[in-house]
Design a protein around this ligand. Structure first.
Ligand code: NAD
Length: 255
């Protein structure tokens, strides 16, 4: 039987790969993105988030089999507070508003983290401020930091938020997990590789992937399909690294 999913960031990259696979097998996918979506909305704004939430509720009154928070901005985005607004609050605010819709169908929620969350040098005060839910304070603080902190910090906080909330959501009937992709060939990655500050370091980082090359978007989408499927019904609060072995290489003993 065909299922109903909603997702953010489905216009390009990893989200587009997931959307195309789900639609190809006959599922309905409600996409929220800046443009070329079922609901065009800017998740950096309160107005855009409200539009996305009410649009999804209207299009899926019987509930959701799954919700995926995939929209994100890279470390080179400016101002840095835009990363905070989209990557962290654009995900958590929507999930909080939609968890009951997912619970109605005993569905699954997937947040998109990153294997960069385990890299050193993250500002703990920034992460704690994000987790406190104070958007204005987090946006002011992030402007005193760098792109790595803005990006990896937002994903670290999002992952911790996922783990803090997964047990309660599970009790309601909505299962939540995170996928932590490594470097994947998408418009976002191309933008970072082209950046004169971040490009060289990213290129060097990509050479350490044990798999030998960066992922294609469908490699990440395939693991998200697993987290959305009842095949993973006992998987809850987990962070699935899909990074060709890079996190294991860098942190074998941390799990
Ligand atoms: P992408 O740029 O192709 O896709 C990101 C999507 O988010 C785009 O469709 C974009 O329009 C949308 N988006 C951006 N700002 C938005 C806003 N304000 N409102 C609504 N939508 C907005 O990049 P991608 O690489 O496919 O990234 C998808 C997710 O995967 C992101 O959360 C990213 O952080 C994460 N990720 C990517 C990589 C990688 O190497 N590409 C690695 C780890 C994690």
């Amino acid at each position: 039987m065909s299922k109903v999913f909603a997702m953010t960031g489905g216009a390009t990259g990893i989200g587009a790969a997931l959307k195309e696979t789900l639609r190809a097998r006959g599922d309905q996918v409600i996409v929220v993105d800046l443009k070329d979506a079922d609901i065009d909305a800017d998740l950096s704004t309160e107005e855009g988030r409200t539009k996305a939430i009410s649009g999804i509720k209207q299009l899926a009154p019987q509930g959701l089999d799954g919700f995926v928070a995939c929209a994100g901005l890279p470390p080179v985005a400016q101002p840095l507070s835009l990363i905070t607004r989209v990557n962290y609050f654009g995900a958590t605010v929507l999930i909080e508003a939609l968890v009951d819709l997912v619970a109605m169908k005993k569905g699954a929620i997937v947040v998109v983290s990153s294997n960069s969350t385990t890299l050193p040098g993250l500002n703990e005060e920034h992460i704690e401020t994000l987790l406190s839910g104070d958007e204005d304070k987090a946006c002011a603080l992030v402007e005193t930091l760098d792109g790595h902190n803005a990006y990896a910090g937002s994903k670290n906080a999002l992952t911790r938020w996922m783990r803090r909330n997964a047990p309660t959501f599970m009790e309601k009937g909505a299962r939540m997990n995170a996928v932590a992709p490594g470097m994947t060939i998408t418009p976002m990655t191309n933008r970072v590789l082209a950046d004169e500050n971040y490009g060289p370091a990213m290129r060097d980082f990509s050479k350490t992937i044990p798999y030998g090359e960066m992922a294609s978007p469908d490699m990440i989408a395939d693991s998200m399909l697993f987290l959305l499927d009842p095949a993973s019904r006992f998987v809850c609060g987990s962070v699935l690294f899909v990074d060709g072995g890079q996190d294991a290489l860098l942190r074998a003993d941390a799990f």
